[in-house]
Design a protein around this ligand. Sequence first.
Ligand code: SF4
Length: 245
Amino acid sequence: MSDEQTTRQWADKLAQAEPGAIVAWAAGEFGERLVLACSFSLEDAVVVDLWARVGVPRLFALDTGRLPEETFIAAEALASRYDLRIEWYHPEATAIEHLLASKGPLSFLDSLDNRHECCRIRKVEPLARALDGRAAWLTGLRRDQATTRTDIGVVEWDAAHRLPKINPLAGWTRADVEAHAAAHGVPVHPLHRRGYPSIGCAPCTRAVADGQHERSGRWWWESPEQKECGLHLRRPAVDPSAANI
Ligand code: SF4
């Protein structure tokens, strides 16, 4: 079982490594118990492309019930291009029914607590199920995506889920990701071409103007330090509703 100390040693060893080398190392180290949490963003598609060069990518996706149709189109394109089987995880039906019955379908607009509650039911709890039994998980996070991500490492201990989290693109810019995708024919999520640099649930994501920060279209009514959904907590989530989700 990987532990926090071993993860720190891996982080030191891989701090300056290229994304392809990091993905290859992870595939070799964790074998079939490595998984990518895939939103079908360009970053995640590039991680799939890097993984496909050294093995068979294994990925899961969270169907929150509020995803835009284009995300399913992107998923089909990625699965076809790399011959993938995607594991879809869904929120608990009873939790959704209770939320809708008690607060309605747009409660996330009313307060930060309500938004956290919606993300917790639709994303955080399914993520915990998706990661159960895995040895490590891969993401497409980059440091320059958000003020909440400036210090992420290429390998770090995920205290919330108690396993290593590997962010091979941590040091890449958006331009680096786009260049890799263009050079290798990686399928591009349709909304990226329509002004959506970052894509999440349909009601909480909008297009941004040229020059605006790439995550400014996510929960645009909140301040930058609040723009996380709980999937990438940096500390144990004893009470996710009180954490930065
Ligand atoms: S992003 Fe919006 S719709 Fe999706 S889970 Fe969070 S609050 Fe709910």
